[in-house]
Every structure is written in C-alpha cells, then in structure tokens.
Design a protein around this ligand. Structure first.
Ligand code: A3P
Length: 318
C-alpha cells in the first residue's frame, strides 16, 4: 500500500503504460482494461485509491451500484428519501435544492478524486450515519471492505438497449447526431466504459443470488412498473421499512411522487448548473421510458440483438 498519493500517482502512470488501452465506444475517452473492465484512464487512480482506502461500516452505509444510464440518479433520490424521511418532508427535503449526485456521491468520481483520501471516510468512526455512496465499480473490483462488511449493496440494472439510447443522448447532448443501428452494434462489440455490460450486471446478479441479505438487485423497468411495491422492497432491504401507519398515510406514494422524473426535471436546481463541470445537471433527466429502443431498430437487428442478450445471460436466471 503506497504511503502517499504521490506514490500512487506515479504507480498509476506506470500501470497505464502496461495495461491494454483502446478508444472507447462512441465519444468515450481512452479506456484501459483494469481487472477485466474498461475504465476511462482518468478514473483509474480514483478506483485504485478507493480500493485501498475506503472503509465501509456494517450499519451505516448503503452502496448503490449501477452501470451508467441504468437509473442511478433516480435510485439516489429514492434511497436518500427513504433513509431521511423522518428528518425531512417533501417540502423541505434537500432534494429540492441540491442535485442528487451531490447528496449521494460516487466513490470514484467524487470521494476519491481528491489528492488525499478524505479522513472521515477512511476512518473507523464516521461522523454521519448512515452514509450513502454510489459507484459504477464492478463487483469483482469493489474495495474489499465493502464485500467483507455487512453494509448493504443495492444494484440497479436496465434493459441494455435502453441503456444505449440513454447513453447516446447523454453523450450527444446539445450536439447534432442521429442514433442508428450501428451504435447498438458497436456498444456490444466495442469497449465501453465500465463494461463489458454483461459482466458488470452478472457480477452483481450472482452476488444477489448468493447473498441476498447483502446485495439486492433492482430492475429499472420494475420500478417503473410498480413503484410502491419496489419502494417497500427497497426500504426493507436497506433496513428502513415503512410502518403500516406510514403506508396508510401515503408516505410511499409521496416519496415516489417527489422522486418522479417530472418533479425532479422541473426543479430549478436540476435544470441549471453542472455535475463535475462536464455534465449539465439536466442531462440526467430525459424521457425515462421503457422500450424507447424499439424506435431506433429494425426488426431484423432487434432479433439479432435479443438473441445476443439471451446468449450472454443464458443460464443466469436473469
Ligand atoms: P433516459 O435517457 O432513457 O430518459 P443514470 O441516472 O444512471 O445516468 O440514468 C439516466 C436515465 O434515468 C435517463 O434515462 C433518465 O431520464 C432516467 N431518469 C432520471 N431520473 C429519473 C426518474 N426520477 N424516474 C425515472 N427515470 C429517471
């Protein structure tokens, strides 16, 4: 373990020279293959820093994991609202004034992007409890303290074809571009950030089957289909179950409404400003539809990609 971040910076520079590196899928930065997954070069250091320094705690931490564009932002708002419902109402919740990505930071983008790992996050006595974090780190690369401790891990997955659509719009935001079948093909053939998609999803899926008390797997489509049922499931899993009295008072529906796409998208705080300078806050809120991909694919390509999906997921039960 390096004693200083300068040592780490030096080590990562050397590591980058030895790792396979490729141009990423469609407008992505250069990617390097680290522990079986493709990472943007500029995040490698943060991932390694998180792996070495992050200290999770049994009770006070909930890690929310996703492949990008699977519904991360939505899940952040839902988990934040469930956990903090005794502190805030829907008229004074920080969600009204703070972008979701600030409320639930990413380990590799926010927490470990600093020169030194933040002391209160690597220490053994956290000042805030429960602490909420998110990450795109694949299961096999998670910091050991997350897999070894009893902290809960919530994973959100989405139909990969809608992920392609969502990612395309996110990347081309404000720029001309037309989504075509070639983008879908290349998403599955080329290197894609934090991919391969299938390995990312299957890593957490298998873990959720083996240790259901530790990792819970949610589908974006299921949340869209029955938000109340899934919020109950989510709240129970993270240790904040709704009481019967809360159910009767409509607290669950209130959280669902507060975190609905329309509500969040219309908030001034999410309409302006940016996250990490590069991403406009409003680019995280688009259509939120299930099956938008069908508008972009011919039936022949659709069948071919569905066959590919079946092959990749076959035998997994997913
Ligand atoms: P679309 O581009 O298909 O609309 P992520 O948060 O992982 O980056 O995922 C972004 C996707 O989640 C976008 O999908 C976005 O519109 C959708 N999304 C964001 N907030 C949402 C919400 N409150 N409810 C449903 N979908 C939401």
């Amino acid at each position: 373990i390096p004693t200083s971040t300068e040592d780490l910076d030096q080590e990562v520079q050397e590591l980058l020279l030895s790792l396979p590196r490729e141009e990423g899928w469609f407008m992505s930065a250069k990617l390097c293959l680290y522990q079986g997954f493709w990472w943007p070069d500029n995040l490698l250091r943060n991932v390694i820093c998180a792996q070495r320094h992050f200290q999770s705690h049994d009770q006070d931490i909930i890690i929310l994991v996703s492949f990008p564009k699977c519904g991360t932002t939505w899940l952040k708002t839902l988990i934040f609202s469930i956990v903090n419902r005794s502190r805030y109402t829907s008229s004074n919740t920080p969600l009204l004034t703070t972008p979701p990505h600030k409320l639930v930071p990413f380990l590799e983008l926010d927490v470990f992007d600093k020169k030194e790992p933040p002391v209160d996050l690597i220490g053994t006595t956290p000042s805030i409890s429960p602490r909420l974090f998110s990450t795109h780190i694949p299961y096999s690369s998670l910091p050991e303290s997350i897999t070894k401790s009893n902290c809960r891990v919530v994973y959100i997955c989405r139909n990969p074809f809608d992920v392609v659509v969502s990612w395309f719009h996110f990347a081309t935001e404000g720029k001309p571009g037309k989504l075509d079948e070639e983008h879908f093909d290349s998403f599955f053939k080329r290197q894609v950030a934090v991919g391969p998609f299938w390995d990312h999803v299957l890593g957490y899926w298998k873990e959720s089957l083996e240790k259901p008390h530790k990792t819970s797997f949610f589908m974006y489509e299921d949340l869209k289909g029955d938000i109340v049922f899934n919020l109950k499931r989510l709240a129970e899993f993270i240790g904040y179950p709704f009481s019967i009295e809360e159910e009767k008072r409509g607290v669950i529906q209130e959280i669902a409404d507060l975190c609905s796409l329309k509500k969040l998208k219309d908030l001034e705080v999410n309409k302006s400003g940016s996250y990490l300078e590069n991403y406009a806050n409003n680019s995280f809120f688009r259509k939120g539809e299930v099956g938008d991909w069908a508008n972009y694919l011919s039936s022949t390509v659709m069948q071919r990609l569905e066959k590919l999906m079946q092959e990749k997921l076959s035998g997994s039960g997913l």
